[in-house]
Write a protein that binds this ligand. Structure first.
Ligand SMILES: *[C@@H]1O[C@H](CO)[C@@H](O)[C@H](O)[C@H]1NC(C)=O
Length: 335
């Protein structure tokens, strides 16, 4: 089957992992037959299939992905290499379904943008250095990026308003924010998460209501013990990177991107589209050594992804939507 360019780039996203961690393993792998490789890969990641038909289907996807990686690396066109990771038996479509989960909806213009008249915007910002960002989390095989994005933004504003950095519960959103548009592992929206949090009068801590990457029933007692609150949320004016910069200069901001085509190495400059399918959090911005302006983005795919779990995405591009649509639907909670 011939892969389109878009497919190839998407598979690049699917298969890129931290090279250092798995190089030894992939060396031993390359000598083995494809069947053996699949068996070794299954053992490494504890993969179990329900029957032989499922196994055969998965093997074929695994084989296609591995062959693509090898030809990509042989070609040596890009400055980075791909490697086999835990998603190697998923097609690109399956990966996006299971990992992303941002439900695009047309933007309803919000009434106000509190940073509208901000003029003092520093040229660099990194909320990690101000203690407003919790360690990288991993959403696993559950499409609740929207919960991770909203929680990271809320953790940021909580630190800024109370001085305390508290890791908050995504699972509470997955289990309890179910009466509106948000649907746990099947996707949701950050703005709807903020609405739930306001009505719920807060969120509890990660440790009180830990993440388990599946849809469960709402544990009301835990959900009742709030560790942090927000009073509202606002949308950043759409398609306006200057407005987004004003917001990110003041707090971490939830953003939606088209993650379908992303890979990483240094500052990511594309290619990608604007079909928003993934929620992440802009936690800063700056300019790289080679002069490329970027957004610093916290992802929720574990710390072996990207640059220790983060990606720097090119900023101030010609398209008003921003790279991968990053300026299309940003929003932030208010204290
Ligand atoms: C920004 O300034 C304009 C003009 O003075 C004012 O009407 C508007 O309310 C201000 N916006 C905010 C969010 O303060």
């Amino acid at each position: 089957m011939a892969l389109t360019l878009q497919n190839k780039l998407s598979i690049a996203l699917l298969l890129v992992v931290g090279l250092c961690a798995s190089q030894a393993w992939s060396r031993s792998l390359s000598a083995a037959s494809m069947n053996e490789r699949h068996e070794m890969w299954m053992a490494k990641y504890g993969r179990v299939y329900k029957d032989t038909a499922e196994k055969e289907r998965r093997f074929n996807t695994f084989k296609e992905n591995v062959e693509y990686i090898e030809s990509f690396n042989r070609a040596g066109i890009k400055p980075y290499k791909l490697d086999v990771n835990e998603f190697a038996d998923l097609t690109n479509e399956e990966f996006q379904e299971s990992r992303n989960g941002y439900r695009f909806k047309p933007l309803v213009t919000s009434s106000s943008f509190k940073y509208e008249n901000v003029t003092a915007v520093p040229s660099n910002m990194d909320w990690r250095t101000k203690g407003a960002v919790t360690p990288i989390k991993d959403q696993g095989q559950c499409g609740c990026c929207w919960a991770f994005s909203a929680v990271a933004a809320m953790e940021g504003i909580t630190k800024l308003s109370t001085g305390k950095l508290i890791s908050l519960s995504e699972q509470e959103l997955v289990d309890c924010d179910t009466s509106g548009e948000d649907q746990g592992c099947n996707g949701g929206l950050m703005d709807d998460a903020f609405e739930f949090i306001i009505k719920n009068k807060g969120l509890t801590t990660e440790s009180n209501y830990p993440y388990d990457a599946t849809d469960g029933s709402c544990k009301k007692a835990k959900s009742g013990s709030h560790a942090a609150q927000i009073s509202g949320y606002e949308d950043v004016p759409a398609n306006n990177e200057a407005a987004l910069m004003k917001a990110v200069a003041n707090q971490p901001v939830s953003v939606a991107i088209d993650a379908g085509g992303s890979d990483f190495h240094g500052v990511f400059t594309g290619e990608c589209g604007t079909d928003l399918d993934h929620g992440v959090t802009a936690v800063g911005y700056g300019t790289s050594d080679d002069g490329t302006q970027y957004w610093l983005v916290k992802n929720s795919w574990g710390s072996s992804w990207g640059e220790n779990g983060y990606i720097r995405m090119q900023r101030d591009i010609d398209a008003k939507e921003g790279l991968c649509g990053i300026a299309m639907q940003p929003s932030y909670p208010t204290a």
